[in-house]
Design a protein around this ligand. Structure first.
Ligand SMILES: *[C@@H]1O[C@H](CO)[C@@H](O)[C@H](O)[C@H]1NC(C)=O
Length: 535
């Protein structure tokens, strides 16, 4: 009897003590103990829905000055808690515009969540932010210190691009394309504690922007280390926001290795009475083969309608199977890289695999020269390997130019990935044609991925100046300076009447047209995808 008590007391002070799974309330606190091997205890404020404490193996990881929450906190919410099936602690937070669910499973160390929105939060974006202690979780995965702004010495742009140790840093440089973003984390090395956001196709189905959208993932900001799931935002928004159930998504605490969001199983949400959740049994799939496209470029299939969105990579032979999709009629798009080749319509029914092949290819014509590939990205051009993770003014960037590209002898890096009105225009292209090639009309195609501040290309072909294109649809957001490149992907064709190309040496210059210029990298600019002369 005496020995047992001593043993119990000893265990009670050990961080690996197995406490009982359950919810206790005290004052404003709803405390969930997961009863896990790796002790996991989470406190939620019952007036605000803020997570105010996250104890993992007995250690506090929650930043103490601010909570972990939706937006910058819901302020006031109606918060209730219950145990479901003896194994799930479910906390439901309701405001006039949304219901946020927090679920902790017995024996687990993950905060599972889903957020059902009736309208966009008044801050104009929908995000979850975990504010954690930077001294305990200083590092960021997968992109490392590019978004670690702690210790900054100055600001480069706005209040979100900083200089740290001579390098430009921003939370925006942590972004990853939705199609590749299943797991992002903050962590420490010494005993490998990770806090990771886990995302799957359910997490993104009510987000906005498609497979190539990217947003802030993590930021060690100095006072707190922030880990995010941006469900939608105005950060280069190209599509309307979707309302309804966003999720499930998870915030997992773990010891070793990076957990996988891609393979996580969230089907237990079917047992939890979550409003808006559609279980796998209520969904269907689309299978098919995508044919055509430029060999060597990845094939991506994307389904969307006003309610939901999904995507998948096709394999090298073009075969694809969608994730579980809610019933409905969708636009099905086939991209090579991120360049749209074809679209069709497909109707999905619950419990059914629908077959929907799709084929697409670039228009066929005679190419006189082509610089870059139509892949919807500035791949291969100068600084394309850097701009996602640093500001254009960063000293690690190669010179922006103005540059000259000579067809046949230059490399792709002799074309800048972006043309800024007064920084690096014109881009000069030199090429030679035979008399047969020079005869007749031709077209100069300039494919872009994003326009900023009304920027669009203007061109001069030898002494011929075609009309300047009209300004494209404006996206009210900074672009390349915070690592964004994907907008509406405007493609401009400049018709060149017969007689303007010559046998021998020819010169084309490309500049940026726009009403007014700003300053340096916030001038009107365009990001280049490919440039082609054809007939
Ligand atoms: C879809 O493509 C596959 C592979 O090319 C082919 O075997 C199948 O017959 C096609 N199905 C339809 C409905 O066209």
């Amino acid at each position: 009897m005496f020995l047992q008590s001593v043993l119990l007391a000893t265990f009670a002070f050990s961080s690996s003590a197995l406490a009982a799974f359950g919810i206790t309330t005290s004052g404003n606190d709803i405390v969930v103990d997961a009863g896990s091997d790796n002790a996991f205890k989470v406190t939620v404020n019952k007036n605000s829905c803020d997570i105010t404490s996250i104890l993992f193996r007995g250690e506090e990881f929650q930043y103490q000055s601010t909570g972990t929450h939706i937006s910058s906190g819901l302020g006031t919410a109606t918060v209730s808690s219950t145990i479901v099936n003896s194994q799930y602690a479910k906390i439901t937070c309701t405001t006039s515009t949304l219901t946020h669910y927090i679920v902790i499973r017995s024996g687990d160390s993950t905060i599972w969540m889903a957020t059902n929105t009736a309208s966009e939060p008044s801050v104009g974006e929908l995000r979850f932010i975990a504010r954690l202690q930077p001294s305990k979780l200083p590092l960021e995965y997968p992109f490392g210190s590019v978004s670690t702004t702690a210790g900054s010495s100055s600001t480069v742009e706005g209040s979100d691009v900083y200089v740290v140790n001579g390098q430009t840093r921003s939370k925006f440089y942590s972004s990853e394309r939705f199609i590749d973003d299943y797991t992002h984390c903050v962590y420490r090395d010494d005993d490998a504690v990770h806090a990771c956001m886990l995302l799957n196709s359910y997490s993104y189905e009510r987000s906005s922007g498609g497979p190539f959208f990217r947003d802030i993932d993590s930021n060690n900001a100095g006072d707190s280390t922030n880990l995010y799931f941006y469900m939608n935002s105005g950060h280069v928004q190209t599509e309307n926001y979707r309302m309804g159930l966003h999720g499930p998504y998870g915030l997992q605490f773990s010891r070793s290795g990076i957990p996988s969001g891609k393979t996580m199983d969230t089907t237990f949400f079917a047992d939890l009475g979550i409003s808006g959740y559609v279980a796998p049994s209520g969904r269907g799939t689309v299978t098919g083969t995508a044919t055509g496209g430029t060999s060597g470029l990845q094939k991506v299939i994307h389904w969307y309608n006003a309610n939901d969105q999904y995507w998948v990579y096709a394999d090298s032979s073009g075969k694809f199977t969608s994730p579980p999709i809610k019933p409905g009629t969708y636009t099905q798009v086939f991209y090579q890289g991120e360049y749209k080749l074809a679209s069709s319509s497909v109707t999905v029914s619950a419990g059914k695999a629908t077959t929907a092949n799709i084929s697409g290819s670039l228009p066929s014509h005679t190419t006189l020269f082509k610089i870059g590939e139509y892949d919807g990205q500035p791949t291969g051009f100068r600084n394309a390997d850097k701009f996602l993770r640093m500001h254009p003014s960063d000293s690690r960037m190669s010179s922006w130019g103005p540059l000259t590209y000579t067809v046949g002898s230059s490399s792709l890096t002799d074309v800048p990935m972006a043309l800024f009105k007064d920084v690096n225009t014109p881009l000069t292209i030199k090429f030679t044609l035979t008399s047969a090639q020079a005869s007749g009309a031709a077209t100069l195609r300039v494919a872009t991925t994003l326009s900023f501040a009304g920027g669009r290309p203007s061109a001069v072909i030898n002494s011929y100046s075609p009309a300047t294109p009209a300004a494209p649809t404006k996206i009210d957001s900074r672009g390349v300076t915070r690592g964004a490149y994907r907008g509406f992907g405007e493609v401009y064709d400049f018709a060149i009447p017969s007689g303007n190309l010559v046998s021998g040496s020819n010169t084309i210059t490309i500049s940026v047209a726009s009403g007014s210029s700003g300053d340096t990298y916030l001038e009107p600019n365009v990001i280049l995808d490919a440039i082609e002369l054809y007939r």
